[in-house]
Each structure stands twice: as C-alpha cells, then as structure tokens.
Write a protein that binds this ligand. Structure first.
Ligand SMILES: [Zn+2]
Length: 267
C-alpha cells in the first residue's frame, strides 16, 4: 500500500477513535438508560459524597467504576431493625474507594461481608460497645449511625468508615489467598511506621499530639486514626506532623491538602 494511503488510513483511525470517545462522553443519557443502576448510584454520590463531587469528570467515571467493582462481590447484612438500601451500599463502597483511589485497583476482596448495625453495638468479646470493627475472617462491621456522622461532620478528624477501611486495607495487604496482596509500597509503609514511632514518642514525652490517645494503642490503630486526620483535617496534619502527612501521601498516592474538597456533605 502506498505510504500516502497508510497515512490517510492512520489519520482516519485516530479521528474515528476521537469521535467515538466524544460520542461516549456526550451520550451520558444513553448510558444512564442502558445502566439505570449506575445513574442512581451517580445521583447518590453527587448528593452525599463530597470527595466524589470534588473530582474531575474523568476521575468521577473512574471512581464510579471502582464503586461498582467493590460492590461486585460484597454481601451486605443488616442487624437490628436496619434495612439495607442502595444508598448504604453505595456510600460504604465510596468510603473504601476514597481510601484506595490513588492505589492500583483494590477491592478489599478478602472482606466479602459488610455487616451494618443501626447504631453502636455490644460486643460479647470485650463486653464493650463498638462503632465498627474488621475481622480477619473477612467482615467489615459498622454502626450505620456513626458511619453517617463521620461524613456529616467532614472536618472533625473522626470518620469510623475510613477508620475501619484502613484496618481492612492493612489486613488485605497481608492476605495472600485472594489475589490482592503486597500492593502497598513497602518502603512507604516502613517510612510511615518510622513517622508513627516518632509521633508516639512525642506523645509519650507529654508533648501535644495530633492524634487522639486511642491512636497510640498499637501501629494498626495509629494508621487508622492517622487516615481519619489525613482526609478530614489535612491542613492540621501538614502543619503539625508534616513528615507523617508526607508518609501517608506517598503510601496512598493522594494529597487531600491540595485538593479543595467541599466542606459539607449530607450523607
Ligand atoms: Zn481501630
């Protein structure tokens, strides 16, 4: 084939790809008709999830895909008088995606069970009331009331959803049996642990600590509490513990301090 035909053919192929992408972008209404569940989920995210609202259109599509992937193999169970709704599923998934959005796709596959209680629940193991927990057998447990509160007050550095997802993330990273294993960069994780140690030493010396006392129970609790502050009060973390902020930024590949996330969210 003469060179000129080859060039013309290549140009036509590129133009066709560009036109196809534009058509796909512009045909949101068609997508919504073909996949009405997705449209409903999108509305829920727009209404209730500030993190999603601050994303670019392309990032929003990626976020939606990850929400759908997360939900693909999850089984939700309600306790007490709670009824599981599409909104609950979407927002729990969105919470997991928020935490893992900078990482290669991670669905927390080991955790197939999501158990929702209407509010704080009594644990017969330690005879205390819990707001949430993660168990190694593969369940993420949350008080729905407190999950909602975690997002309703977006800057108090308390978010039980992110806290439990952070526990699940560390466990998933060490779970070999489901294809999601060792996805966190070990050097970044080591650096985070060094910073955590330094913060812990500061608190032991009685110096003002950024994280609440409970964070100093053990490294896993420190990670979960640090994740809450990282997303909910990144300005304080960059100011008071810049090394810790940098370590989490490198580990999660996210920089919430530089992203203007709207301050209100009505879950
Ligand atoms: Zn915890």
């Amino acid at each position: 084939m003469p060179l000129v035909y080859t060039i013309v053919l290549l140009i036509l192929i590129v133009l066709a790809i560009c036109a196809g992408r534009e058509l796909w972008r512009g045909a949101g209404w068609l997508r919504n008709r073909l996949f009405p569940g997705n449209a409903h989920r999108r509305k829920l995210l727009e209404k209730s999830f500030a993190y999603y609202c601050a994303l670019s259109p392309a990032e929003r599509r990626r976020f939606e895909r990850r929400v759908a992937d997360f939900l693909a193999d999850k089984e939700f169970t309600a306790r007490g008088d709670l009824t599981i709704t599409e909104e609950m599923k979407t927002l729990v998934a969105a919470c997991a995606v928020q935490l893992t959005f900078g990482l290669p796709p991670v669905r927390l596959r080991h955790f197939r069970q999501i158990i929702l209680y209407p509010e704080a629940y009594f644990s017969t193991v330690d005879r205390r009331y819990h707001l949430g927990e993660v168990n190694a057998a593969g369940a993420i447990v949350l008080s729905w009331k407190h999950f909602v509160e975690g997002y309703r007050v977006p800057n108090d550095a308390r978010n039980v959803g992110l806290h439990e997802m952070a526990h699940a993330l560390l466990l998933e990273n060490r779970t070999r049996d489901d294809g999601e294993y060792d996805f966190l960069d070990q050097r970044s994780l080591d650096h985070f642990l060094e910073c955590a140690e330094a913060e812990h030493a500061r608190s032991q010396r009685g110096e003002p600590a950024l994280l609440r006392a409970y964070a100093h129970t053990n490294p896993a609790e420190f990670f979960s509490a640090a994740v809450e502050v990282f997303f909910e009060n990144p300005a304080a973390m960059t100011r008071e513990a810049p090394q810790l902020y940098g370590a989490l930024k490198d580990l999660l590949h996210q920089d919430p301090a530089r992203r203007a996330v709207p301050g209100t969210s009505g879950v």
